[in-house]
Write a protein that binds this ligand. Structure first.
Ligand code: ADP
Ligand code: MG
Length: 340
């Protein structure tokens, strides 16, 4: 064991915390990785009937997580948010690269980070195939690669008039957790424990994405808030939407809060990593079956309408069945913007 005080070199660090586990995964996995960590590039084998889905997400200390955040959760989340993007397109994971800037190579931090990272990598069979390591302010950037049969990717641009709008799982818990951490809302220990996983260890909905390939017209994963993200689908599809606030799925813990908080957090909380997708109403039975097979709630929250104006609009129906005016709707539609 290397002690905390003895310096850990770049190549020792890669070997000890990343390469060994990566090789263990590749030894079990006969899939698409021809060459993993150790050369100038990794090599992926490509099936000619498939397309490659590529996505990057960066987690920056002080911006996406607190500097003293639990490194095991960070390792999990850094890959989870990328796998969530693959899920939203209907892609199957092939592998990922990790670009890591570290202020100092602290072995106990790295050990925990690596544990969280490989826990999710193994769970979803997505091996680490390369990366870069440098000294610098803590910054974790992952690029994930996935495959999809030609022309089967579920895009944001495919929503059709009359489609139902669906959401997986529940939304708003990560925002509630954040409010508790900031002491804006006091939660009991039990309530906090019940929602903590949503924020720190989100579940990428990969199996749902695969099941939706032949079912959904459009999809995305909810990272910046449900309604703000839904607006990306509407913009790319040139459509309006009608959404019922009381239909948005919320956890039992969130439902203990005031109606105003429930609506706010569920509509634009962010960090949920559930999927929002649209599908023709004729697919309701198929979707109900997918929900049962995956043991994952799928909830219809509204429908896609033709675009009435020059810009897409979401008509939000409140708990009394009345449409919110634009001023009331504004705060529910505001999604997270890093530069705002
Ligand atoms: P190069 O100088 O060609 O960029 P490096 O010396 O940076 O290569 O990295 C050596 C090998 O280790 C490469 O195969 C690279 O992909 C891999 N690697 C470097 N950092 C990481 C990391 N954080 N996680 C996984 N693989 C890494
Ligand atoms: Mg390098």
């Amino acid at each position: 064991m290397q002690s905390q005080t003895s310096p850990l070199g770049e190549f020792d660090l890669i070997q000890r915390f990343f390469k060994t586990q990566s090789e263990l995964m590749l030894a079990k996995n006969t899939s698409s990785v021809k060459l993993g960590i150790g050369d100038d590039c990794a090599l992926l084998k490509i099936d000619p009937t498939e397309e490659i889905a590529i996505t990057s997400d960066m987690l920056v200390s002080g911006r996406h997580f607190f500097p003293d955040a639990n490194p095991e959760w960070l390792g999990w989340k850094a890959l989870a948010v990328n796998l969530s993007d693959l899920a939203a397109m209907g892609a199957k994971p092939l592998g990922f690269t990790l670009a890591l800037a570290l202020p100092d190579p602290n072995p106990s931090w790295l050990e925990a980070f690596s544990r969280g990272l490989f826990a999710i990598a193994n769970e979803y069979d997505c091996p680490l195939i390369g990366g870069d390591t440098t000294a610098g302010p803590l910054n974790i950037c992952i690029t994930a690669f996935g495959s999809i049969p030609k022309d089967k990717a579920i895009r944001r641009s495919g929503a059709s008039e009359g489609d139902d709008i669906w959401v997986s799982g529940t939304v708003g818990d990560a925002r509630l957790n954040l409010a508790a951490l900031r002491h804006e809302i006091e939660l009991s220990k039990e309530d906090l424990a019940s929602i903590e996983a949503h924020m720190h260890q989100p579940t990428p909905r990969l199996n749902l994405g695969l099941a939706l390939r032949e079912v959904a017209n459009s999809a995305l994963d909810i990272s910046d808030g449900l309604l703000g993200d839904l607006r990306h689908i509407l913009k790319q599809s040139n459509k309006d939407a009608e959404v019922f606030l009381d239909k948005i799925p919320k956890s039992a813990t969130l439902r203990k809060q005031t109606l105003a908080i429930q609506n706010q957090y569920a509509a634009n909380g962010g960090d949920d990593y559930e999927l929002c997708f649209t599908a023709p109403s004729g697919k309701r039975d198929v979707i109900t079956k997918i929900s049962a097979d995956l043991n994952l709630p799928l909830t219809q929250i509204g429908s896609i309408k033709s675009m009435q104006d020059s810009a897409p609009e979401i008509h939000i129906i409140d708990n009394d069945g009345k449409e919110l005016n634009s001023q009331q709707a504004a705060s529910l539609l505001k999604s997270f913007d890093h530069f705002a």
